[in-house]
Design a protein around this ligand. Structure first.
Ligand SMILES: Nc1nc2c(ncn2[C@@H]2O[C@H](COP(=O)(O)OP(=O)(O)OP(=O)(O)O)[C@@H](O)[C@H]2O)c(=O)[nH]1
Ligand SMILES: [Mg+2]
Length: 423
């Protein structure tokens, strides 16, 4: 496989096999991963597309047959044997899958249609072969110019070389190189005998009598085959590979942001579930307000789980430290920003009996809220790549608290907890 192609396949494979992606994220991304698997499959096939163009009856179909080693395309003495806009056949050259594309003679179709076909077919080919059987005619020169604008590696092949002497072939090649200068590289002007005429041969039979027979000489398309192999190897950054690379790059960018999105969704769900779990647990067994901070086991579990979602796994001890750090900030900020009174009145809003004893729902809601903030803060820390960033933990927690709709979270939490407790 060529270098850039191999790299593309490797990087796609790495995306799929990334061990830092937890199961939840991987499952949510299943459709994207399937698409990438299919793309890798396609890249691994290492296929190139080769199209032939040329005047009628120059031997385009015969040339493709000789390359394929089979009678894949119809060959005929009549002008205009190939009439379908394009017929195709897969073959293998040098281990690579090659898609051969045959087209009708360029003088079969008029200027505009011809240009359109050339654009469409050559546009998705990795190599264009322009076949002639003599020096360039005006129509051929024009078509060659049009094709060269599509900017694909192009071979100019003098077919039916068997009909010329070697001196004639030499002279014709020279003229073709001269007339195609600027469009086709000199080393890409080649000869071929796709389907040499049968030769009359005289042989002696057993009785020493001369017998006239006809022999079909073997096709000679070695130069063309060699050029295809070269396109496959050096031009390895062939357009197909390059395009596939660009496509893959786009996919991995898209996937990158999808992964971020999915991680956020999964994290949000986790935070809400743990917060609810904690709220329900505390609601079932109300404890004095001071003991809430101690009931941090669930928060630690939440942080460990979150760290896995973000592919930055923390140990229980590390998560415990993080929870303490966040709790310290929350304690300071809750006091400083809202004041204890504000918090008490917020809870009053959800519970009439707050002044004497916290009801199950209200205390549960507070526990929910504490876990929710812990989760959000831990999430910010993980998104920052296990760092609080320049702002430091205090500012991060401060911003989370500031941006929260405290009252509605408490209200929703209480309703959810009560619903669970009743169930
Ligand atoms: N002598 C000789 N004749 C050839 C060679 N290649 C093809 N021919 C003959 O040229 C004629 C046309 O061949 P095709 O392969 O059908 O040519 P084409 O360019 O596909 O023609 P259209 O499909 O009609 O545009 C047939 O009679 C072939 O036998 C060759 O290398 N040497
Ligand atoms: Mg043909």
């Amino acid at each position: 496989m060529t270098e850039p192609l191999a790299q593309t396949v490797d990087s796609l494979r790495a995306l799929i096999d990334d061990p830092s992606l937890p199961r939840e994220v991987r499952e949510a991304l299943a459709p994207e991963f399937l698409e990438i698997e299919a793309l890798i499959e396609k890249l691994n096939q290492r296929a190139i597309h080769v199209a032939v163009f040329g005047r009628v009856s120059v031997g385009k179909s015969a040339l493709l047959n000789a390359l394929a080693g089979s009678e894949a395309f119809k060959v005929g003495v009549l002008h205009g044997t190939t009439t379908t806009r394009e017929s195709t056949h897969w073959t293998t050259i040098d281990g690579a899958r090659v898609h051969l594309i045959d087209t009708p003679g360029i003088n079969e179709i008029d200027g505009q249609a011809r240009e359109k076909l050339a654009h469409e077919v050559a546009g998705r080919s990795d190599l264009v072969i322009f076949v002639v059987d003599g020096d360039l005619t005006a129509v051929e020169a024009q078509a060659l110019r049009e094709l060269s604008r599509i900017d694909r590696p192009m071979l100019l092949v003098l077919n039916k070389a068997d009909r010329y002497s070697s001196t004639e072939v030499g002279a014709l090649l020279e003229r073709l190189r001269e007339h195609s200068r600027g469009f086709v590289r000199a080393e890409h002007v080649l000869t071929a005998s796709a389907l040499p005429s049968r030769r009359r041969v005289i042989r002696m039979d057993a009785e020493s009598r001369e017998r006239e027979t006809f022999e079909q000489p073997l096709a000679d398309v070695n130069a063309v085959r060699q050029a295809i192999v070269e396109v496959l190897s050096n031009d390895g950054k062939t357009l197909a590979a390059l395009n596939a690379g660009l496509f893959a790059g786009r996919i991995s960018d898209q996937l990158g942001s999808r992964i971020t999105e999915v991680r956020r969704d999964v994290a949000d769900k986790l935070i809400r579930n743990y917060a609810l779990g904690k709220g329900v647990a505390v609601g079932l067994t109300p404890v004095p307000l001071a003991d809430l901070a101690a009931a941090a086991g669930l928060d630690v579990a939440l942080v460990v789980h979150l760290s896995q979602v973000y592919g930055l796994p923390l140990t229980k001890a590390e998560a415990g430290e993080l929870v303490l750090k966040i709790a310290a900030q929350v304690a300071v900020l809750m006091g400083a920003i809202w004041g204890v009174n504000a918090l008490v009145s917020a809870l009053k809003g959800v519970s009439a009996g707050l002044s004497t004893a916290l009801t199950a729902g209200a205390q549960g809601a507070l526990a929910y809220f504490a876990t929710y903030i812990t989760g959000r803060a831990a999430q910010a820390y993980l998104v920052g790549g296990k760092s609080w960033g320049e702002r430091g933990p205090k500012r991060v927690v401060e911003e989370i608290l500031k941006n929260l709709d405290r009252d509605s979270i408490l209200r929703d939490a209480r309703a959810e907890i009560l619903a669970k407790l009743k169930a």
